[in-house]
Design a protein around this ligand. Structure first.
Ligand code: TXA
Ligand code: MG
Length: 344
């Protein structure tokens, strides 16, 4: 397949808009940027189109997709019963990186939900994403635009690497600002349940609702995952990754010691400046300063992909405090390391 590449400016051109719209109406795939990560989008009302997303990603078809809308009011077309907590959260955080799980209406095909009776919906906060969804006049289901098992794509270069030749259109929107996938919150349970931590943090949700929510995020892969996405290995680079947990001085001492016994041409450390600058290794990727979690989040997936490009076999990262955005970052780090944590 010949993939057409568009840039931000092209979206002002009527011919380009018509092309994007017709591709989506004909069941094609369009990769577009959002504020969290890039998404690979298709018409959520067309089961064949939805199935082709799973195919392009190599994703198990029981892992449901998020439906993206361009206007809050569109939600009322696809969901019959909208709980009060959801309205409050939509008012506070849409458009934005918060996905809500609702009871599915008959309008949404089971192909989107992996057979579940619930459906995930979000309104992204990115001008290109909103343009694409808005001009299509369709609900667009879009998982993160990465081959299954790889870290989500936060750069155009990464979606190009994974999907050039496999989708109809890729839109280059530069670097995704947040860099971690949206928060997923189930509002069908009597008390809302957090299924995936993201930039809309547990603390923010609780403050808005004036209510404690249930933290259903996976510390470990559980037997019955509340969110199907929880059971799959995610974000994982090819090398063996170790999450080192402890005081910063201990982390630095431990990593400096252990790397002495490893092949330094295949060993790397990823982490905050304060750690990487004190490690004696050739391959060090700094994500930003410890005090700037936004920056750390936005660089994380880029660093994970870099590991594969460099052919790294041993990767060391370190833990962060698990409050606020730290919870989402630690969730991705734990998964990327396959829950391989060393306490020092
Ligand atoms: O930031 C994002 O959410 C990105 C951008 C493109 O919007 N999308 C994204 O989609 O991360 P995806 O498919 O990679 O992750 C969707 C997550 C999965 O963990 C899935 O299991 C969960 O949402 N999910 C979807 N529908 C669900 C449902 N009905 N019940 C529980 N979990 C659901
Ligand atoms: Mg994903």
């Amino acid at each position: 397949m010949n993939t057409k590449i568009y840039h931000k400016e092209d979206l002002r051109n009527d011919q380009v808009k018509t092309h994007i719209k017709s591709v989506l109406h004909q069941g094609g795939l369009v990769v577009f940027p959002t504020e969290t990560v890039y998404g690979i989008g298709a018409n959520a009302l067309n089961p064949q189109a939805v199935l082709s997303i799973y195919q392009a990603k190599g994703r198990p078809s029981d892992n449901p997709l998020i439906v993206h809308i361009a206007h809050k009011k569109d939600l009322y077309q696809y969901i019959d019963d909208i709980p009060r907590v959801a309205t409050k959260l939509m008012d506070a955080y849409w458009p934005g990186p918060l996905t809500l799980i609702f009871d599915k209406s008959s309008k949404i095909p089971f192909e989107v939900t992996g057979g579940l009776n619930t459906v995930a919906i979000r309104m992204p906060n990115h001008p290109i994403a909103l343009d694409v969804i808005g001009l299509s006049e369709l609900p667009i289901c879009a998982p993160s635009a990465n081959l299954s098992g790889r870290p989500s794509s936060t750069l155009f270069e990464h979606v190009y690497e994974d999907f050039n030749g496999k989708v109809d259109i890729i839109i280059d929107g530069g670097k995704a600002k947040i860099g971690l996938e949206s928060t997923v919150l189930d509002v069908t349970t009597p008390i809302p349940t957090l299924l995936r931590p993201g930039a809309i943090t547990k603390e923010m949700i609780e403050k808005t609702l004036e209510l404690g929510i249930i933290d259903g995020t996976d510390k470990k892969v559980s037997d019955i995952p509340k969110s199907p996405g929880m059971k799959y290995k995610h974000y994982a680079p090819k090398g063996q990754m170790t999450l080192v947990d402890g005081k910063i001085e201990n982390v630095i001492t431990y990593i400096n010691q252990i790397v002495k016994s490893l092949d330094i041409s295949k060993t790397a450390v990823i982490g905050a400046d304060e750690v990487t600058s004190n490690i004696d290794l050739k391959y060090k990727v700094s994500l930003g300063h410890l005090s700037n979690l936004d920056e750390i989040a936005s660089n994380l997936f880029i660093a994970l992909r870099q590991m594969d490009d460099l052919g790294i076999e041993h990767i060391f990262i370190h833990s962060l405090p698990e409050s606020d955005l730290g919870q989402a970052i630690m969730n991705r780090l734990s998964k990327a390391s396959g829950y391989n944590t060393i306490h020092v």
